[in-house]
Design a protein around this ligand. Structure first.
Ligand code: SAH
Length: 265
């Protein structure tokens, strides 16, 4: 039951064989590609939006890999039960420690025990809030394993046993971790080398250096009587840079005084 292999959503076949001939034939970029392993009751929710656009193209190209482990297959008994009522009473159901444990054990196969190289995460509104710095850390690792909760959450003992890091998408409560997982993986994958067409575009965007992004404009030059700021049409790159910088600072001060304060030495 527990020896079922994680299902691969990567559409490129990655050879596990280590024969030199295979290594030669395999595109280099596929080897050691960054990997997301998702433990979920709803594997059919993946790749979801991650299968579209730039993240989807990168998945097709093998620039990253996605594995889902169906929590149901680790369930108890004939009905593969995964949850039970909360100890102490109260509403809802809780995912069982033994069931989640079997899934995490399967998910840990072939993964370095060094959490810096491969974070083990439970998505939870109680967790540390996900941000761009965490996306950068994850992108610099070899991969990440993400446990998606459902119902009232997961038995605390299995989280303690594995030393799982709890991470939140924000101060709101979702029905399950799957949407949060996709948001976090999206933010991470776009930071991997060669995923975005224009690599420079991650350097100037919001949060990359503690500032929000400047406003963007494109054709038509006049729309509903509104013009594009003249400086952007001037062709003076120095002036354009100055304007953008000033706008980034203005917007950050106005909208996110918390970020602005943090930037000050
Ligand atoms: N009873 C829990 C909420 C459970 S919501 C509480 O009050 O904290 C069900 C599942 O959705 C959670 O186990 C978690 O995996 C996921 N989830 C809900 N909100 C989330 C958030 N803000 N960030 C990440 N995951 C979340």
């Amino acid at each position: 039951m527990t020896d079922e292999k994680p299902r691969s959503h990567g559409r490129i076949k990655v050879q596990v064989s280590l024969q030199p001939r295979d290594l030669m034939e395999e595109p280099r970029r596929v080897k050691g590609a960054w990997e997301a392993r998702i433990v979920t009751l709803f594997p059919e929710a993946f790749p979801g939006v991650l299968g579209l656009s730039l993240t989807g193209k990168a998945l097709d190209q093998g620039l990253w890999r996605l594995e889902t482990l169906d929590l149901r297959t680790f369930g108890e008994g004939k009905h593969r039960n995964v949850d039970d009522t909360p100890a102490g009473g109260g509403a809802g159901m809780v995912l069982r420690a033994d069931v989640v444990h079997r899934a995490l054990r399967q998910a840990s196969i072939g993964v370095t025990g060094e959490r810096g190289r491969w974070p083990l995460v439970y998505l939870s509104p109680r967790g540390r809030r996900f941000d761009q710095a965490m996306a950068r850390d994850w992108a610099a690792a070899d991969g990440v394993t993400i446990l998606c909760g459902r119902f009232e959450g997961v038995d605390q003992r299995v989280l303690d046993h594995w030393g799982v890091e709890e991470v939140s998408l924000g101060d709101f409560v979702l029905t399950g971790g799957e949407i949060a997982a996709q948001a976090m993986i999206d933010a991470t994958v776009r930071l991997l080398p060669n995923v975005l067409g224009n690599a420079a575009s991650t350097e100037e965007e919001s949060f990359s250096d503690g500032l929000l992004e400047h406003p963007q404009y494109t054709r038509p030059a006049v729309w509903e009587g509104r013009e594009i700021p003249a400086v952007l049409m001037s062709g003076h790159h120095g002036e354009i840079e100055k304007w953008r910088r000033a706008e980034r600072e203005r917007l950050t001060q106005e909208r996110r005084p918390d970020l602005w304060e943090k930037r000050k030495p």
